[in-house]
Design a protein around this ligand. Sequence first.
Ligand SMILES: Cc1cc2nc3c(=O)[nH]c(=O)nc-3n(C[C@H](O)[C@H](O)[C@H](O)COP(=O)(O)OP(=O)(O)OC[C@H]3O[C@@H](n4cnc5c(N)ncnc54)[C@H](O)[C@@H]3O)c2cc1C
Ligand code: SF4
Length: 503
Amino acid sequence: MTDTSYDVVIIGSGVGGGSIALQLAGSNARVLILERGPALPREAQNWDPEAVFCDHRYRTDETWWADQRPFKPGMFYFVGGNTKFYGTAMFRFREKDFESLVHEEGVSPAWPIRYGDLESWYNQAEFLFGVRGQAGLDPTDPPRSSPYAHEPIPHEPVIGEIARRLRAQGLTPFPMPSAVDFGVNGKCVRCANCDAFPCKIDAKGDADTRLIQPALRHKNIKLRSQALVERLLTDATGKKVVAVDVVINGRRERITANTFVLSAGAVNSAALLLRSANPQHPRGLANSSDVVGRHYMTHNTSALMAVHPFKFNTTRFPKTLAVHDYYFGDDERNTPLGSLQLLGKIREPMLRGPLAAVPRFLRSALASRSVDWYAQSEDLPHPESRVTIREDGAINLHWHRSNLKAHHRWVAKCKQILRATGYPLVLAKSFGTDVVSHQCGTVRFGRDPATSALDPLCKAWDHDNLYVVDAGFFPSSAAVNPALTVAAQALRVGQHLRDKVFI
Ligand SMILES: Cc1cc2nc3c(=O)[nH]c(=O)nc-3n(C[C@H](O)[C@H](O)[C@H](O)COP(=O)(O)OP(=O)(O)OC[C@H]3O[C@@H](n4cnc5c(N)ncnc54)[C@H](O)[C@@H]3O)c2cc1C
Ligand code: SF4
């Protein structure tokens, strides 16, 4: 007989849910993690670009809507969540990212906490994920109380040469902090498939290998996979969440707990809260402020292919370099531009969608010669940028675009920089609504219950025992990748739960 009552139920086994589970591991709390996806199978297709990019073997088959247009979101429902497929770039937010910051077309709001509140948790998160990096070379690096535990991943020759040419332009390229177990005694074999692929040999520091598996070694932590939570239920007062309805392997069950941690990812957490509307909470749970689902952000991003007609790019693990010299602005304008990072190696099957009209031999020629980059700028929160639930129950995602002038200026500047490294042709393609990788902001935390859904420790203002801990809590997106910041805050909240609630 399976238990149906726990001290803590965690919904979702990604970075947020996994960090909470690990903090509670070994405590006296009986914890159940409910994860809608299965464990990711280890199989040849893990590293097959055709299977991953053309057949979409691992992407969810769910349909979301962008207003009138149906689309398949780039979401991966497995134990470990989206980090099974992430690109391993593990950045801390900059100190100024936590403060109110004026942009070309708006203002990025302040967080209810400061960088200093997360600094020690960033250390712990980097350590848990096995992040490799070198402090002090990134000109926008925030202060840190301890160095990276591991040396950065060395550049392969093509990237080393580009780093020299960037320095010759007066820039300060730096080693990209990356959660890959590479180096002496490391497992990584530089398989040439990392960004957007799962790791067949568990060398990628993801939420499954680094958080969930270690947590499950403790007998107080249980995981039920293929368990889709449909709604949360409150008591008669509406103040307490008392149960979740969950479909496990096709069977509906009701599971009760004293504390609930919702970590289903920014879009799905908002959707679950909205779907859980009841007479006491007609707009959805945690939503007396009406912010749940609003302020959706996902970064303004473009992929750039820098091509030299006579140079082949033989790099297997290119993600070792980034440029932040213009993160907060340039000589032209004192407002932020963004981050330039190397991207996983683009290969011909990945170009079949975006360059469908180009003959295959030309796509192959481009892919074998390109050095691939990612230009990323801040997306600003807007109340109409929003997750809602359609009448048929599906998710609608209305992404209100923001701050695009800065992104276009950043892409133009990146093209200049890359041409000056000796690559005469630079192609750019921006990502649209269907790419939801860096989703955040839909259940924002804050200091004021009138304008935020969560308090600074991610507890719902409206409910005594509900925490929402995933990228949904971000009040702003910054222009660096989100996973390490989700982990740092989740570790902080997990420790709070352990100290204050379960000892
Ligand atoms: C291709 C790709 C590359 C990326 N690269 C980077 C990178 O290099 N660096 C970086 O910092 N970030 C990167 N990201 C983003 C990063 O993966 C996310 O920021 C991070 O995983 C968010 O963690 P989370 O805990 O908020 O949510 P998720 O990882 O989405 O975890 C949520 C979990 O909840 C489960 N779930 C959802 N709904 C339910 C439900 N109703 N019932 C039960 N379970 C549910 C999901 O299956 C999932 O396992 C990338 C993402 C993608 C897709
Ligand atoms: S590059 Fe290394 S960590 Fe990444 S998928 Fe390949 S073996 Fe795994």
